[in-house]
Design a binder for this molecule. Structure first.
Ligand SMILES: NC(=O)c1ccc[n+]([C@@H]2O[C@H](COP(=O)([O-])OP(=O)(O)OC[C@H]3O[C@@H](n4cnc5c(N)ncnc54)[C@H](O)[C@@H]3O)[C@@H](O)[C@H]2O)c1
Length: 408
């Protein structure tokens, strides 16, 4: 029986790790201890479903009592490094949610702790387990388009999803690294993984044009403080009732708010935020491949296009197309191949379940596509975002190679 401890009684910790392990892998894996500075959230985990979890009020005490096989880190992004390093130094392997961490200093500290402890950090990049991305990886690795020369990746979130990051802790750079780290870490890892290459130079632009403006665009209605008390909710595209008792967010956030003042439903139009809502980045890779990546948080719809242009042809991915997911390969000799994939159910198109099975099931699952990611993968994707933020702020192009060299 594999015994795990979890730090961060978060929404993600509940839905991704605690629930999936409990419901699908309880015969061989158990989460035995949980720590979060907000005891109400931890107790909710224990008192609803996961009755055999012990709630701790001290992280180190939890490790010293439970001696787990590994620690799962699902706190806010800015403190991942603290728990990763403390776990490694006490002799435990770690599974960390993305982004592995939010600053260059923390990336280096994690790599050093890993080396001195001989223990291992796995970053749970679930998008690698999504069938659409996995198929692109497989196609590129098969060599059908030859060496990829250029990648154009445009990712948009709709106003509800994008605005949600302006409603809670993500709204401050110091908590999340902004969307270039918190959100883009998924996408940048996907490109690093598909290309099997290392980023070398990064330059970026970013702005906040829709949220955080002190008003709603195209509306003269005033804004409020938070959804749950807002008098101007009618017609607001971002109004949501997060307090509905049927929702996990009521238990984890509203019922726990008195302990730490964590507010779940800030008005996303308030001006006291410092993250960007639209960003564009250029990354050159060691082998010469150029990535052009854009992330926008206020589109009318949601999805992405990705074109990978290679020596022998192009792979076009486009999630806006109706029907089952479609990939189109256009060869330079004029042939066109259409690849339809079956639509997959489950969170992140079943990717979350696949990731959990890979790490926590009894079976020995092979990994031909290298879907399991280590701390250097975590460093590479986080560092592109961190460098992009630096580039946006200082107007400079960041040379990543000497930074990554320190972390090898
Ligand atoms: N891979 C994915 O698709 C995916 C999706 C959502 C979230 N996530 C990641 O999961 C993590 C949790 O996100 P969420 O939205 O579920 O969070 P959440 O807001 O639901 O919970 C964050 C938790 O962190 C705790 N916390 C804050 N400061 C802490 C500290 N100093 N020490 C210990 N705990 C502390 C809070 O008390 C809270 O319980 C984040 O790292 C996020 O990036 C990943």
């Amino acid at each position: 029986m594999k015994r795990l401890c979890i730090v961060g009684a978060s929404f993600r910790g509940y839905t991704m790790f605690a629930s999936k392990i409990f419901h699908s892998h309880s015969d061989n894996t158990r989460i035995v201890g949980i720590y979060d500075p907000n005891y109400v959230r931890s107790e909710y985990y224990r008192d609803t479903t996961f009755n055999d979890m012990t709630v701790y009020d001290d992280f180190d005490k939890m490790l010293d009592t439970e001696h787990p096989d590994a620690v799962i880190v699902t706190t806010i992004d800015a403190v991942h490094h603290e728990y990763i390093i403390r776990s490694l130094d006490r002799g435990y392997d770690v599974y960390s949610e993305k982004p592995m961490t939010t600053t260059e200093e923390y990336c280096l500290a994690i790599r050093e702790a890993e080396k001195r402890s001989g223990k291992r950090v796995t970053v749970t990049f679930n998008c690698r387990f999504m069938p659409y991305y996995a198929k692109i990886k497989e196609l590129v690795a098969s060599g059908i388009i030859g060496k990829p020369l250029s990648v154009n990746y445009n990712y948009v979130l709709n106003t509800i999803h994008g605005g949600d990051y302006f409603k809670r802790w993500h709204r401050f750079m110091e908590n999340s690294g902004g969307m270039m780290v918190h959100k883009a870490t998924h996408h940048l890892d996907i490109v690093n993984w598909i290309l099997d290459d290392e980023p070398e130079y990064v330059s970026a632009q970013g702005a906040r044009l829709f949220f955080g403006q002190g008003k709603r665009l195209y509306s003269d209605e005033p804004i409020g403080e938070r959804c749950s008390t807002c008098e101007h909710a009618e017609g607001c595209p971002n109004y949501q009732d997060h307090t509905n008792a049927a929702r996990l967010s009521k238990a984890l956030y509203f019922d726990a708010e008195h302990v730490d003042g964590y507010i779940r439903d800030h008005c996303p139009y308030k001006t006291d935020t410092n993250i960007y809502d639209t960003m564009s980045v250029s990354v050159s890779y060691k082998s010469g491949t150029l990535l052009t990546y854009a992330l926008n948080l206020f589109d009318t719809h949601e999805g992405y296009t990705m074109n990978i242009i290679g020596e022998l042809g192009t792979i076009d991915a486009n999630t806006f197309i109706e029907g089952d997911p479609l990939l189109v390969v256009r060869y330079r000799d004029g042939r066109v191949e259409e690849i339809r994939l079956p639509k997959e159910e489950g969170t992140h198109a079943g990717g979350d379940d696949r990731l959990i099975a890979m790490f926590f099931s009894d079976e020995d699952i092979s990994d031909p596509l290298c879907q399991c990611s280590d701390s250097f993968d975590g460093v590479k994707s986080a560092m592109i975002g961190i460098a992009a933020n630096r580039s946006i702020k200082k107007g400079e192009r960041v040379h990543l190679t000497p930074i990554l060299d320190k972390m090898r």
